[in-house]
Design a protein around this ligand. Structure first.
Ligand SMILES: Cc1ncc(COP(=O)(O)O)c(C=O)c1O
Length: 393
């Protein structure tokens, strides 16, 4: 066997999105590209904003000396300072460049945070429905995940959080706007999360970090302001990227930010920097660091996603689907009209619409739609959504 038993099993568990992709290829061959509606990938078709290309041209025309060399493992200080300024603006906390570390996307950031904080056997508490990679990331560092269920609006059950935090819990990992639901955890939810964590810390005599995976932080609708974690727990760390807010997922640029008032932050940042290096990332991509330095207040056109959210929410609820209205990101997590979400996604596939079963995100009975596609794809998918819904009786 070419891979270990564990990896074989993980590959099986984490393969929903890939399976849909492969099935889509077969359907495209059969029906033609324009007759298959892929709503299964979180890979935005949107181009990065024009400011990105302005920066790219500026740097290409006049490259700073040493542009492509190694740098301190935490990244370029000017970029970290620009991110710190933006975070200070948003949170009124005194972030400096020393509180920020550049990473290889949010995935890289989460692995660096976990490697730094976790001992073998430790636990990471996550909220359902979740981004499935969390299980594999935790395992990379000898830890396991414990899942806290959600209520009917996909908000975390915070009584269950108290029960889930045990002596081995080192991280509570939150993510909002959420993938797969698009739900935003409001300020009160995060405040209560912080209170529950501190109560359990006091009872158990442990230290628990609140880690926020927030690549969709700037993709917010309905005039919402982002509820940051920092004011609710001092042992808090953000792991994020510009994969979605600047539509740069292939460029692998992200960062970690540590609460500026956390008492042991120097040791923590030293640890994070060491792990960024020794996990083999060494540093985040240099060219991208130079570019995002000047783009901290720039985002993709969030209005486009909001209009697509409105379109799909309206169309699906008109057909009869039950949908919790997303407030951010570019996902939606409707209830399947039959209990078996895998069976229902197969029915959608027979109608040439590709989505991902909720089972793959710890949300059985639902399915995930990624609407970061063209309007024509969204419009074209509707007859399939209607036919599958009617077929389900
Ligand atoms: C919730 C969540 N976290 C992390 C990531 C990874 O992001 P990145 O491409 O920046 O590594 C994704 C990507 O889709 C995501 O949806």
């Amino acid at each position: 066997m070419a891979v270990s038993k564990k990896i074989k099993q993980f590959m099986e568990q984490g393969s929903w999105i890939r399976r849909m992709f492969e099935e889509g290829i077969a359907l495209k061959q059969q029906y033609g590209e324009e007759n298959v509606f892929y709503l299964s990938l979180g890979n935005p078709i949107m181009q990065p904003p024009p400011e990105f290309y302005d920066e790219l041209r500026r740097i290409a025309n006049d490259p700073p000396p040493g542009l492509h060399r190694y740098m301190p493992n935490a990244g370029h200080v000017e970029t970290r300072a620009a991110i710190a300024d933006e975070l200070t603006c948003e949170t009124a906390l005194p972030f400096t460049a020393d509180d920020v570390l550049m990473t290889v996307g949010a995935g890289g950031a989460l692995n660096v945070v976990m490697h730094t904080l976790l001992d073998p056997g430790d636990e990471v508490v996550i909220f359902a429905p979740y981004f499935v990679e969390y299980f594999f990331y935790a395992d990379n560092h000898g830890a396991t995940c414990k899942v806290v269920p959600a209520d009917e609006n996909f908000l975390p059950d915070l009584d269950a959080l108290a029960d889930a935090i045990g002596p081995k819990t080192r991280i509570v990992l939150t993510s909002s706007p959420n993938n797969p639901t698009g739900v935003v955890y409001g300020r009160e939810v995060i405040a209560e999360m912080g209170r529950v964590i501190r109560k359990r810390e006091a009872e158990l005599g442990t230290e628990v970090f609140l880690v926020s995976d927030e690549p969709y932080r700037k993709i917010l609708f309905d005039g919402l302001e982002y509820p940051h974690i920092f004011e609710h727990h001092v042992r808090s760390v953000v792991a994020t990227s510009h994969s979605k807010d600047l539509a740069l997922p292939g460029e692998r640029i992200g960062f970690i930010a540590v609460h500026p008032e956390y008492s042991d932050k120097e040791e923590l940042i030293d640890g994070l920097t060491f792990c960024n290096r020794t996990l083999g990332f060494v540093n985040a991509p240099a060219l991208m660091q130079h570019i995002v330095k000047n783009l901290q207040s720039v985002t993709v056109d969030v209005g486009t996603y909001e209009a697509q959210r409105d379109f799909m929410y309206g169309a699906l609820t008109d057909i009869g689907y039950q949908v919790v209205k997303p407030q951010g990101a570019f996902y939606m997590f409707p209830k399947a009209p039959i209990d078996d979400d895998v069976k229902f996604t197969n029915m959608l596939r027979e109608n040439r619409v590709l989505v991902v079963p909720g089972t793959g995100f710890g949300g059985p009975g639902h399915f995930r739609i990624s609407y970061c596609v063209s309007d024509a794809t969204l419009e074209g998918s509707l007859p399939g959504f209607r036919a599958a819904f009617e077929g389900a009786g």
